[in-house]
Design a protein around this ligand. Structure first.
Ligand SMILES: [Fe+2]
Length: 461
């Protein structure tokens, strides 16, 4: 008997229908000022996989909850990538996934860009992102796929799933990494108007999986962590991607419009940082925070105890002395760290995350609000057998206080097999959510989310 892959089972299993549902049932009351669309992406394999399946392999599917005038509607749509279309026409899977050797003879290319990982809104356009290919432009609020987005053919690298938009200048900063061939890292700046201004190579000794980075007001911070790619290993039949405990972690800090000639590198013990919370400047220091893992077997089917342990850490890089201080801020394992993105790159008082559940499969059982001023946190438990995912902080229009707004996340109830969007008052997270929007279809556990405000929707190009 073959064991069922947990990432194809229960609420990890894909949904088959693309539905549109009006007037969703709401428990509580949706604030009238909360107006826009919450979109969460994730992995939803269109066809049964060839060989071993990894959670990251599935086709991107968008789940959108449009909120306006105290009412909500829902729709889910595949990201219709080139690969999705080829497999649609074939009526079956063509590509294998991350756990299988690369298909050197696949006429359509080694990998399928699933655009399944994250979303960004910039210059009037929603983009669905993967980290090893080009973004896909998405229509809002209908969530139809427009097509590959290559900045008028200026895009020459892959495009991270975690670009950063500076809330003051409106610039978008992104990078692309290359696993096996140099340049292993390229760094790009896009203007507030959406023009790709420059791409510069950054020297790395070897290809590494670089999932996230950070920006401060004046600097960009890269994380060259020892989760390495190695083609010789592949030839020896060993894993393509490995965590090398004996290599240091390297953090590179460069001026936002700088290049490889003015990057400063700092070393600290081996770790993997799947996501950053934020970075900011304080005197001579650049301060970075994020969730830190001691080990990462990213391609292992099931996570180890060490991997589920990913507490919030802070690194303080002294630009004058060249030293780095690393410090744990809290010992609770967390994921999906977020700040009020109107303050991205600046010091914030608050941070919002989900808590990693004690489970061999990656699940999130609570929401945490950190107050860094008084070093306290508040936790909203999702409840027994209820698990959430990525969170977004939505500022109240006209807010003058950092945490004046709502935290939104999708939660699935394993007992009733139903999904809902929680709307939580960010200034009172431990009370009953202000609204629970019931989704008329199961929403599989997934990856990252974004909020596109009414103002942004009306500026859509
Ligand atoms: Fe991510």
């Amino acid at each position: 008997m073959t064991a069922v892959n947990p990432y194809l089972d229960g609420n990890f299993a894909p949904v088959r229908e693309e539905i549109t549902a009006d007037t969703l049932l709401v428990i509580g009351k949706l604030p009238l000022e909360l107006s826009g669309i919450f979109v969460r992406t994730g992995s939803n394999p269109q066809w049964p996989p060839i060989g071993q399946y990894h959670w990251f392999d599935g086709d991107g599917m968008l789940h959108g909850v449009r909120i306006s005038n105290g009412k909500a509607t829902y729709r889910n749509r595949y990201v219709q990538t080139a690969g999705w279309k080829i497999e649609r026409a074939a009526g079956k899977a063509i590509w294998t996934g991350l756990l299988e050797p690369p298909q050197m003879d696949n006429p359509y290319g080694l990998y399928k860009n699933t655009a399944n990982t994250a979303l960004v809104w910039h210059a009037g356009q929603l983009l669905a992102l993967w980290e090893a290919g080009a973004p896909y432009a998405i229509q809002v609020p209908g969530l139809e796929t427009i097509g590959e987005y290559t900045y008028n053919a200026k895009l020459t690298s892959a495009f991270t799933a975690h670009p950063k938009v500076d809330p003051v200048t409106g610039e978008l900063l992104f990078f692309g990494y290359s696993p096996f061939t140099p340049p292993y890292l390229q760094y790009s700046v896009v203007s507030a108007q959406g023009e790709l201004l420059r791409t510069v190579p950054i020297d790395l000794p070897i290809g590494v999986m670089m999932h996230d980075f950070a920006i401060s007001e004046n600097y960009t911070i890269f994380m060259d962590l020892p989760l390495t790619f190695c083609s010789e290993r592949v030839q020896r039949g060993e894993p393509m991607l490995m965590f090398e405990k004996n290599r240091p972690s390297r953090f590179g800090i460069l001026p936002r419009h700088g290049d490889n000639s003015n990057i400063r590198w700092f070393e600290s013990p081996a770790c993997f940082v799947p996501h950053t919370l934020n970075a900011y400047e304080e005197g001579d220091k650049v301060v970075l925070s994020g969730c830190r893992m001691k080990d990462s077997g990213l391609l292992e089917p099931i996570q180890s105890d060490e991997e589920s342990d990913r507490p919030l850490y802070q690194w303080r890089f002294n630009l004058v002395s060249g030293t780095v201080q690393e410090q744990m801020l809290d010992d609770v394992p967390i994921e999906f760290p977020r700040v009020n993105e109107q303050l991205l790159g600046r010091k914030t008082r608050y941070g919002y995350t989900t808590r990693v559940a004690n489970n061999p499969v990656l699940l999130f059982d609570a929401l945490i609000k950190y107050d860094f001023l008084i070093n306290k946190s508040e936790t909203l438990e999702f409840g027994q057998e209820r698990y959430g995912g990525d969170i977004v902080f939505v500022p109240r229009p006209g807010a003058t206080v950092e945490d004046d707004g709502w935290i939104l996340t999708l939660v699935h109830d394993e007992n009733s097999a139903t999904s809902e969007l929680l709307v939580v008052n960010a200034q009172d997270v431990t009370s009953e959510p202000v609204a629970r929007v019931l989704i008329p279809q199961r929403v599989p556990y997934g990856f990252h989310a974004a909020w596109i405000s009414e103002e942004q929707l009306s500026s859509s190009v």
